[in-house]
Unconditional design. Structure first.
Length: 487
């Protein structure tokens, strides 16, 4: 059997424009005196019927027959030149084609931006490179705009260097092909960096009780965010070293303000010293220091005075109290025993108090008494105090009663010189010297065989026997008493 009077209608368009991802139908319509004898094929140009897999859907009736090419989810590879072929199904081979029509399929995709830049903040002098990743068929042309003015065209990347504040603005990436366009926007903010400046901070000096926790804070203004470096006694502190931790965060509601905090658990003596924080960013740095010392209870180690616990009559004498403690203790001077103790404030002409020194003016026998000092501070959560007392007597400053005179002596002769203090002077020691201030040698038993020193409680004598020329020179006598030394 053979179908006659076959006609393929011109229902096919010359070109079909199909968008990627859509579903499409291309229909080929034919008529003949016996449509049941017809067989349809769609092929891509250049492919044979034997290898082509684009079988149509066949729907025949008494008048005409339709064949439709179904494409589900159009892809780029579906584009190309096609033929609709009609032949007698009782025969085989490409030569049995009765009629055909040509058409083409163009696959396209509207532009889409799959990845776009985010809003960003940079600083003057910086460089940035941004990229809009796009899809589309044909590949879209990408342009960049700032504040509605084009700055780059036909480029997937935008490179900006040596930025200034004037480069801030609203940026746009615009992708376009003949089937559509797509765009995305972002904001670029260019700021001048700001050197860190202290807004608030912990007290400069302070003390900490043994075992207590320590927190030091510095609030700074800076842009960009600064980096802190903490030091203890000029040695860098690392986070979690010696039970320390370092924290930095924005102050809520105050952009550009940062709170920098150093925390320590269990303060000990090794943590005492000077803490320094160096806060830096690209604009510069600042330094802030704090002293934190371990609290030490007040401690008085003793009292000393002029002339071995002696107040010099008719003169001025100093009494020194040696004490320590953290924080610095307060010092109270007193005179007398418990029953008749009198506090000394230094508010009258008799006494002057300066730091740890009590000065007694115009000393008389009445000033001989018990003197004491009390050091008090608050350490380790309680008041701490310590006291020291000493008995002071009045004494006289030594005076040589008969001044020594220059003497002349004959070689080979003998000479004796006496040295004594005032009547009633309690002498600790007498000493004789040969020489002057630049070179002086004490005369003792080993000095020379012919020179002898004799010491008594009330005087001392120097005797030279068999005088030699080398004995000529300067001689001096020194009296050492409780109140001091004279020569």
């Amino acid at each position: 059997r053979y179908s006659e009077n076959l006609t393929v209608y011109d229902t096919l368009q010359p070109t079909y424009f199909l968008e990627i991802g859509t579903n499409a139908e291309v229909t080929c319509l034919a008529t003949a005196n016996d449509v049941n004898m017809l067989e349809y094929f769609f092929i891509k140009v250049g492919e044979s019927l034997a290898t082509n897999t684009l079988r149509p859907r066949f729907d025949g009736n008494d008048i005409d027959a339709r064949s439709t090419l179904l494409i589900t989810s159009v892809q780029e590879e579906n584009g190309g030149s096609y033929q609709c072929l009609v032949r007698n199904y009782l025969t085989s081979g490409d030569s049995d084609v009765l009629d055909s029509r040509n058409f083409s399929i163009v696959v396209f995709a509207r532009p889409s931006i799959t990845s776009s830049p985010m809003n960003m903040t940079v600083y003057t002098g910086d460089s940035v490179t941004v990229q809009c990743e796009t899809t589309g068929l044909p590949a879209p042309i990408v342009s960049y705009y700032v504040n509605a003015s084009v700055i780059s065209s036909d480029s997937t990347m935008l490179a900006l260097s040596d930025l200034s504040v004037s480069d801030s603005g609203a940026y746009q990436c615009f992708a376009q092909n003949e089937y559509g366009n797509a765009s995305t926007s972002w904001t670029l903010s260019v700021r001048d960096p700001i050197t860190p400046v202290v807004l608030n901070r912990s007290e400069s000096d302070g003390t900490v009780s043994m075992g207590n926790n320590l927190t030091i804070t510095v609030e700074v203004s800076a842009d960009p965010e600064p980096v802190p470096t903490w030091q203890l006694n000029e040695a860098n502190i690392t986070d979690n070293s010696t039970a320390m931790s370092i924290r930095e965060h924005n102050v809520r509601g105050n952009p550009g303000t940062y709170l920098i905090e150093l925390s320590l658990v269990g303060f000990t003596a090794e943590h005492s010293g000077t803490y320094t924080v160096i806060v830096s960013n690209r604009a510069g740095s600042m330094l802030s220091s704090f002293i934190r010392l371990l609290e030490v209870p007040a401690d008085v180690t003793g009292i000393s005075g002029t002339g071995n616990l002696c107040l010099i009559k008719d003169g001025t004498s100093n009494i020194t109290c040696y004490y320590s403690g953290v924080p610095q203790p307060t010092l109270l001077w007193f005179k007398g025993n418990k029953g008749d103790r009198v506090n000394i404030t230094g508010s009258d002409s008799k006494y002057t108090v300066l730091d740890n020194v009590l000065t007694v003016h115009d000393v008389t026998d009445y000033d001989a008494d018990i003197y004491g000092c009390i050091a008090t501070n608050n350490a380790n959560g309680a008041e701490q105090r310590d006291v020291a007392i000493a008995v002071f007597q009045t004494c006289e400053f030594p005076i040589i009663s008969v001044p020594l005179m220059d003497l002349k002596a004959s070689v080979g002769g003998n000479m004796t010189v006496n040295c004594s203090g005032q009547v009633g002077l309690e002498v600790i020691a007498y000493k004789w010297y040969y020489g002057n201030d630049s070179y002086k040698v004490e005369i003792d038993t080993s000095y020379a065989e012919h020179i002898h020193v004799l010491a008594r409680s009330t005087f001392s004598s120097l005797t030279v026997t068999g005088i030699r020329e080398s004995d000529a020179g300067n001689y001096s006598c020194q009296i050492i008493a409780r109140a001091g030394t004279t020569e």
